[in-house]
Design a binder for this molecule. Structure first.
Ligand code: HEM
Length: 215
């Protein structure tokens, strides 16, 4: 796992829930005292363990924690990596360009890191109004993407709807989202925001072959 994800999870948890809560989360995850830095690589399990422990603390579950983190992290990422984000973009352009700037941000210094396969762009005939995002990664962090759409809307003061048309947690090979500016005449289907992410949280990490006690 790319260190930027873990270091921002650490920042998010400390800022949102306080330093003591973060210590408790790390302890609950069996990862006491681990310091996360952006340019290192960490086992993927750290994310799941931390999310599980944090989700238990909040009472909302691991997947909701990742949605909340995804929502929060857009602003710090845009500000940290601002050379990759065009000043003229709005929320929809940021989303349509996710594949472009994630590819540009890829670091080659991480030895075993498997980058996510992300494709994004405009839905034909709806340029500027409706975007698609296909996400394929062994890490299955579509909850972070779901939160990040809301984070993009918050950051730019925009109103968007989105739906996850296919999801790995429902047996699909990858996650496929469609995202539309509110007011466009495109029907995205039911909104898969905070509510249904909570609903989906009955899918546990164990179903993905991971148990929090694994090393
Ligand atoms: C709506 C906006 C965004 C979405 C949907 C999104 C989605 C994601 C997801 C799902 C991951 C985890 C990938 C994995 O490891 O499987 C990720 C990682 C990452 N994101 Fe984003 N992200 C968004 C915005 C941003 C922004 C604005 C930046 C910085 C300018 C950024 C930079 C990164 C970096 C550096 C990583 C880790 C490295 C990598 O995945 O290659 N993201 N993003």
């Amino acid at each position: 796992m790319h260190g930027i994800i873990l270091s921002t999870i650490q920042q998010f948890a400390k800022q949102e829930y306080g330093r003591e809560a973060w210590d408790a989360v790390q302890e609950g995850a069996g990862l006491e005292g681990t310091l996360y830095v952006p340019m290192k690589e960490y086992p993927d399990e750290h994310v799941y363990r931390l999310a599980e422990a944090a989700g238990e603390l909040t009472g909302e579950g691991a997947r909701q924690f990742l949605v909340d983190y995804g929502r929060w992290v857009v602003e710090p990422l845009v500000e940290t990596y601002n050379v990759h984000v065009d000043d003229s973009w709005d929320a929809m352009e940021l989303i349509a360009n996710v594949a472009n700037f994630h590819a540009a941000l890829r670091t080659h210094s991480l030895s075993n890191y498997t980058p996510p396969d992300v494709d994004s762009g405009w839905v034909e005939g709806y340029e500027g109004e409706v975007a698609y995002l296909d996400y394929d990664s062994p890490r299955q962090l579509c909850d972070v993407a779901r939160g990040a759409f809301m984070g993009a809307a918050d950051y730019y003061g925009a109103q968007i709807n989105f739906a996850e048309r296919e999801c790995v947690f429902h047996g699909a090979g990858q996650c496929r989202f469609v995202i539309a500016r509110v007011g466009s005449d495109y029907r995205v289907g039911r909104d898969v925001g905070r509510k249904s992410a909570t609903h989906l949280s009955d899918t546990t990490w164990a179903e993905k072959g991971f148990t929090p006690t694994d090393d």
